[in-house]
Write a protein that binds this ligand. Structure first.
Ligand code: FAD
Length: 285
């Protein structure tokens, strides 16, 4: 590990152990992975004098590996790598689609999955997919690894439950019990590139005996301070055959699960109407 003297102290660990040790010794250091979020703050002069913990050389936290019952995605894996990865495209296509819609090609080439999660923006585009795939986040410190269910990672806008000395090392993706009969991923923004989502949605649907719904998982991002699973909607349709009346009730239920926000990108009214349209057309299909 080397530190560069001058106005900026840069810590550049090469292994996971070095990274968590350096973070424990320099708790005020700012972790940097791809730097796409951090550089914005930097340009605004908000990070002056803060030591930097550059994670980019920690090779063990990069790439997709097989793990018992699923895949383990290293925190430093970029959106472009996930977008193009054959096993992610086959087993977790909604995540590949989400990564293909993040920012622009340049942002996808540098931005990482760990940085996306740690940044905890309400509009993180990978979040609804990770929520319906019931991902788990590995938070690593010098004391070991804490495994956190994906939805429990977020404590509010730009806030996570990570402890001071914890870094995200990986995201665990459990294989689905069976191939879903229907899937949906939709990002709604003002244009098709470099748009921060007004609404981002992901859904999985399995049908069982007599084509009744055996399971629905549906999640919305950019609607509320943190990503939400639509639990009331999921429970409403479970075990029942989808028909016009049930679809209409389920779509109404969406307002019980998520209380949309007004912000500079959109209004609560628009968000609720459009997310209901996405849900309705998914269930009707
Ligand atoms: C022009 C532009 C367009 C964008 N468009 C989108 C978009 O469409 N959708 C979207 O979701 N995002 C978008 N983003 C946001 C950003 O690109 C993504 O969130 C990206 O995944 C961040 O990853 P990174 O590696 O660059 O994070 P960094 O900038 O390196 O870090 C982001 C935050 O996470 C922390 N961090 C990074 N890695 C770790 C780790 N392993 N453990 C703990 N903390 C860590 C950093 O300290 C920092 O607080 C955009 C950004 C820009 C500048």
């Amino acid at each position: 590990m080397r530190g560069i003297p001058g106005s900026m102290q840069v810590l550049r660990p090469r292994t996971a152990d070095e990274a968590v040790e350096a973070f424990a010794e320099h708790p005020l250091a700012l972790p940097v992975a791809g730097g796409t979020d951090v550089m914005v703050l930097w340009n605004m002069g908000l990070l002056n004098d803060r030591p930097v913990l550059d994670l980019s050389a920690v090779a063990g936290w990069r790439g997709v590996r097989k793990a018992p019952g699923g895949l383990r995605v290293g925190a430093l894996t970029t959106h472009a790598e996930l977008r193009d990865h054959p096993e992610i495209r086959r087993s977790f296509p909604l995540l590949a689609q989400a990564c293909a819609e993040v920012g622009s090609v340049q942002i996808q080439n540098r931005g990482t999955i760990g940085g996306n999660i740690a940044n905890a923006s309400p509009a993180g585009d990978t979040f609804p997919a990770l929520a319906v795939y019931e991902a788990k986040v590995h938070a690593r410190s010098r004391h070991g690894v804490r495994v956190i269910p994906f939805l429990d990672v977020f404590a509010g806008v730009k806030k996570t439950v990570l402890n001071q000395a914890e870094l995200i090392s990986a995201v665990e993706l459990p294989f689905l019990p069976a191939k879903p009969h229907r899937t949906v991923f939709r990002k709604v923004g003002t244009r098709s590139a470099q748009a921060i989502s007004k609404i981002v949605a992901a859904g999985l649907l399995w049908l069982g005996k007599g084509r009744a719904v055996s399971e629905l998982r549906f999640a919305l991002g950019s609607m509320a301070p943190t990503v939400r699973r639509l639990r009331a909607v999921e429970a409403r349709v479970a075990g029942r055959k989808l028909g016009p009346a049930l679809v209409a009730t389920a779509v109404e239920d969406a307002a019980r699960d998520v209380f949309p926000i007004d912000d500079i990108r959109s209004t609560a009214e628009y968000r609720l109407a459009v997310s209901r349209n996405i849900l309705r057309s998914f269930l009707q299909a």
